[in-house]
Design a binder for this molecule. Structure first.
Ligand SMILES: [Zn+2]
Length: 491
């Protein structure tokens, strides 16, 4: 299970206590949050009686003892209070491989859209933007038809739970039981195994057998979806909403070369999750932001990111942004992972990929397959085969184009810039059919910064110094690439 939402979130006492609303994300702000919390609790002590107990079923956060001050000495437990967003506090899975019941505890009534997808079989639950405060789930909670699940932000105002299913299935008995007293509300439904042919027969039809008990919120608040065959559940088309900076549809007059940095994954799709819960999506975003900051100091390039927050952006949207921005260089940033544990110690270092119809080797093919599955992880429908076919044709044209040469040129610059600064993999120049690199006019590379499965690499990827080292080598190569181009143009 991969928690794809905020990595660590606590909620501060909220507006109902009249003092402080909001939430704080991420370990770096943790200390600050504790201090704020203490300040708030101390103020509450002076100004008002404590709010009515609203003990969360999520882990209670023990606030650290503040410095001795103003006669305040008691130990106080953090009690999350209602936040601006509905909060999910637990997901419970029970049952067997024929019928598996899912119960998601939420602190207030929410709407839900549900659908099922194949290739691979998944159940998708779309809900309003939720604050996920779920305990860390181990593999042991994966029960019955649930192989894995992930949750997190999908697009503006929408969160998503994606359940990877062990077999074709349908959803039945969906309902929402509102919160009552100390009991949280529960969004519940059954995942029921059906045959593959029944799944095909049900395509496009509403999910059946859903119950609407009296306790459920009004019908307009609770929707059930369908067995879906088409490209359903796509995130909002608005790129601005996807977390990318807003762009106008009219071509902008370009005054400087444009670099588009593409931090891999985001939102519902965490990418690889390394030891200690470090997510690929957070590493790629941190490095991308650092690259942008370094390049902006030079003032010679316009630098954009495909996302600059923890948002999900589809692979197509990333490529689309490259066109919209009229990018002169596209740099996608990822981190690799090795499933074979016995090799985790020995396989490490960065790799730079360029686009190729045929992968340079089997490893490269597998990496492209994994990165190309990002949309699937986020619960998007599989790309129809015909679209894949079209892509292949573009690729054949592409190899003959100038763009491919520029991509190779940049890859070489990048590798020589990285060499000596950061460890490289044994065979660091590879190629494969990455979807985000399929851009016929924009030189594009994909960097795997290192292996999250390797302790040494992970230590670099997870820390600010290591991220800075990586970003410095990338920014230096980008600067050299455009300096060469400029020099060539003057000749
Ligand atoms: Zn990745």
């Amino acid at each position: 299970m991969m928690p794809a939402g905020s990595d660590s979130a606590i909620s501060a006492p909220a507006a109902s206590c009249g003092l402080l609303a909001g939430q704080t994300r991420g370990p770096r702000r943790h200390a600050l949050a504790s201090r704020l919390l203490w300040t708030t609790i101390a103020l509450m002590h002076v100004l008002a009686p404590p709010c009515a107990a609203q003990t969360s079923q999520a882990e209670a956060l023990q606030a650290t003892k503040p410095p001795a001050a103003a006669g305040w000495t008691a130990e106080v437990k953090h009690r999350p209070l209602p936040s601006a967003k509905p909060r999910a506090t637990a997901i419970r899975i029970s049952g067997d491989a024929t019928r598996t019941r899912i119960r998601m505890e939420v602190d207030r009534p929410i709407a839900a859209d549900m659908l099922t997808l194949d290739e691979p079989y998944r159940a998708i639950i779309d809900v309003p933007d939720l604050e996920f405060q779920l305990p860390a789930y181990g593999a042991n909670v994966m029960t019955g038809l649930v192989k894995d699940f992930r949750y997190g932000r999908f697009d503006a105002g929408r969160s998503r739970v994606v359940i990877d299913l062990a077999a074709p299935a349908t959803i039945q008995n969906s309902a929402f039981t509102p919160p009552k007293g100390n009991q949280p509300g529960v969004l519940s439904f059954d995942i029921v195994r059906i045959t593959a042919s029944d799944f095909q027969a049900l395509r496009g039809q509403p999910l059946r057998g859903t119950a609407e008990p009296a306790a459920a919120p009004p019908p307009q608040q609770f929707r059930v979806g369908r067995h879906e065959a088409g490209p359903a559940g796509q995130p909002s088309n608005s790129l601005a909403q996807s977390g990318a900076p807003p762009i106008s549809s009219a071509p902008r007059p370009k005054t400087r070369p444009v670099v588009l940095i593409d931090p891999g994954h985001g939102g519902i799709d965490p990418g690889t999750v390394g030891a200690g819960g470090i997510t690929e999506k957070s590493v790629t975003l941190a490095v991308a932001k650092e690259v942008r900051a370094l390049l902006q100091q030079g003032r010679r390039l316009d630098v954009y990111l495909t996302r600059d927050a923890d948002n999900f952006v589809t692979l197509d949207q990333r490529v689309h942004l490259s066109r919209q921005y009229q990018a002169d260089l596209f740099v996608s940033i990822h981190a690799d992972n090795l499933a074979e544990k016995e090799l985790a110690n020995s396989i490490k270092g960065a790799t730079v990929y360029t686009l190729s119809d045929r992968a340079s080797d089997e490893k490269a093919r597998r990496v492209a397959e994994k990165e190309n599955a990002a949309d699937i992880a986020a619960g998007l429908a599989a790309v129809p085969a015909s679209a894949e076919e079209q892509v292949r044709n573009i690729l054949l044209d592409l190899v003959e184009r100038e763009t491919a040469n520029y991509s190779l040129g940049f890859r070489n610059l990048l590798l020589s810039s990285m060499r000596g600064r950061v460890p490289l993999a044994k065979d660091p120049q590879r190629s494969a059919a990455f979807k985000v690199l399929k851009q016929d006019e924009v030189p594009a590379v994909l960097i795997e910064l290192g292996y999250m499965s390797n302790a040494e690499d992970l230590a670099r990827l997870g820390k600010a110094d290591g991220q800075r080292q990586l970003a410095t080598s990338i920014a230096a190569a980008i600067t050299t690439f455009f300096a060469h181009k400029e020099a060539q143009a003057k000749r």
